[in-house]
Ligand binder design. Structure first.
Ligand SMILES: *Cc1c(COP(=O)(O)O)cnc(C)c1O
Length: 344
């Protein structure tokens, strides 16, 4: 028997589904897919796909063929954002559930030569990350190709930037030059930019998992709650210090709980002396430096003892501001040591 770990990620399946429904409603007449790359932003892609497919999501996005293979038996349609390398072709051609998002002329040629069939295509409209140029599409690179979704990606959707409208207009112009079945632009923040950005299909990720990239997505609910067990409760006398480099010194006699969680689990080192946990309706501040596998909490006056579980505060927008880490990093950093426990 494999022993249960001393920390777990409590995952609110109802909140995940509610977030997808909110984004689907905000997407209007456009279909709403789901980005599940990086193992569902750290929550577990298989569990996410099962729940969102049951709720009605039909289009899922991963980065690599390895990620697509992990979802093969779920029956959901998966698009692979990084396209096809030569070494991906056997998997791609054999895969009934997944298709590539072609990004380069070489990928398009590879797919054509091997008779790949239906694909998606990424065009670059200003981010200069992945995708074909408008000129390549204009020159006929996609002619005769069976393109399901022609997509682009917004660089600044979480800001009020003039670049959003520029990218939208460029995609609309390129779209007119292709026979793609569907057009897609918006990620989570893009959904909140309004109907002009929705085209036929939206591709939220972050907001499904509780991230709030724009104020208009304030209705998004938290999904992931890290929980950890207390390993030791100790008494600390006034003047004593806690943890590496003695960055916290007790002003009075008090009590400290050492809990089974650290930066190796994705709990940011930058929350040293800044984070907090919640237990029994009380806020328990993180004191001292976050260690690799342990965090110290001030539990003075709180009834939290060895073996008890505490929930770390992980409200993403606020935590991102406090930790200096992006909401994306806070989710995708949640490590493999957590037991992932879904409720619903
Ligand atoms: C990750 C990703 C998304 C989802 O973005 P969020 O900001 O997490 O909503 C959508 N489209 C592409 C191409 C992506 O890489």
């Amino acid at each position: 028997m494999i022993p249960l770990p001393p920390n777990r990620l409590r995952l609110d399946g109802a909140a995940l589904v509610a977030n997808w429904r909110l984004l689907a409603a905000m997407s209007g007449s456009a279909a709403c897919g789901a980005a599940v790359k990086a193992d569902g932003y750290g929550l577990g892609a298989r569990a996410v796909v099962r729940r969102l497919a049951a709720a009605g999501a039909r289009d899922f996005y991963v980065a690599t063929w390895r990620e697509a293979a992990a979802l093969a038996d779920l029956g959901a349609s998966v698009s692979v954002l990084h396209g096809v390398r030569a070494e991906d072709m056997p998997s791609a051609l054999a895969s009934a559930h997944a298709r590539p998002v072609l990004n380069t002329a070489a990928q398009v040629a590879r797919w054509r030569e091997e008779g790949g069939g239906v694909c998606d295509v990424m065009v670059d409209t200003g981010m200069n990350r992945l995708g074909l140029s408008a000129a390549e599409v204009g020159a006929g690179l996609l002619d005769g190709l069976a393109v399901d979704t022609l997509m682009s990606h917004l660089a600044c959707a979480d800001e009020d930037s003039a670049m959003n409208e520029e990218q939208r207009a460029r995609l609309a112009a390129v779209a007119a030059r292709t026979a793609a079945r569907r057009i897609s632009l918006a990620n989570s923040a893009g959904v909140a930019l309004g109907a002009a950005y929705h085209f036929d299909l939206t591709r939220p990720g972050l907001a499904l998992y509780g991230g709030v990239p724009r104020a208009a997505l304030g209705g998004v609910r938290q999904v992931a709650y890290p929980e950890a067990q207390v390993l030791q409760r100790r008494r600390v006398a006034a003047g004593e210090t806690i943890g590496y480099n003695a960055t916290w010194r007790a002003a009075t006699d008090g009590d400290v709980a050492i809990v089974n969680l650290g930066y190796a689990d994705g709990y940011p080192l930058s929350l040293s002396n800044l984070g907090c946990a919640l237990a029994g309706g009380r806020t328990l501040p993180v004191i001292g430096r976050v260690s690799m596998d342990l965090v110290a909490l001030d539990v003075s006056g709180a009834e939290v003892g060895e073996g008890d579980w505490v929930t770390l505060d992980y409200a993403l927008p606020d935590l991102a501001a406090r930790s200096g880490r992006s909401q994306y990093e806070l989710l995708t950093g949640l490590g493999p040591r957590f037991e992932r426990v879904w409720h619903d």
